[in-house]
Design a protein around this ligand. Sequence first.
Ligand code: SAM
Length: 250
Amino acid sequence: MKPLRGVAKRIGQGYNLLSNAQKAGLTPKEIAKLVRYMAEYFSDKTFLRDFHARIEEAKQAAKGSPIGGWFTPFGQALLYALVRLFKPSVAVETGVAAGGSSRIILYVMQKNEKGRLFSIDLPEGDMKLYPKDIVNSRIGTYLPPGYSTGWLVPEWLKGRWKLYMGDARLLLPELLESIGEVDLFLHDSLHTSEQVRMELEVVFPRLRRGGLLMADDVNEDWTLAFVDFIQEQGLRPAVFAQRYGVALKR
Ligand SMILES: C[S@@+](CC[C@H](N)C(=O)[O-])C[C@H]1O[C@@H](n2cnc3c(N)ncnc32)[C@H](O)[C@@H]1O
């Protein structure tokens, strides 16, 4: 399969893309489409050029301090492909910072001609738990001077977006009350076991059958609460690239 060779070359051989996709419960047809969509992401030079240009500008503003927090190219392509494949009507994410994941979800929603994204972010929420130098050295600064939450999201993608500023512990249950069923949930806020579990516990009953759960930083360095929670529901979590947790509510 030609696109598969392209993706494998681009992301290296180490990610077990196909076996993880099987593990997450995707059908062979869905896996074939997932791979094709990942290849589509890597070949979208206009989108990627703008992504990198915004990051370069922010680096100048950061004056040498490291900036970061968004998904790796593999993670970006995986998120892109999953949203392209499952075409969510209602997506919710916690943890925006620069807005890398928001940018991708909103871009695909525009391609899908379908969907709304509700995001929640508490700026510097991580700093309340981890010393600033740990966050800055492990992840990088999210907001260089003069930059605000979601700076990676261009204006022309904001029509389908609602961004709420505050603690997901308070705002997520309220938001879910008001929007009803959810098709996609992405956790990328505070990676403590308590926070991950709390978010999944309130989202799971609202997640449509066939809906998708994702979490970033699913590993022993942060927390494996995503894996534990999904297994407790009798479902099969997959962790791509030792980082991106994915599960389908089938
Ligand atoms: C890793 S960054 C998100 C990266 C983003 N998904 C991306 O792809 O660019 C985590 C964000 O979650 C925020 N955060 C931390 N604790 C939070 C909480 N309790 N509620 C909401 N957001 C929180 C952090 O301040 C930070 O802005």
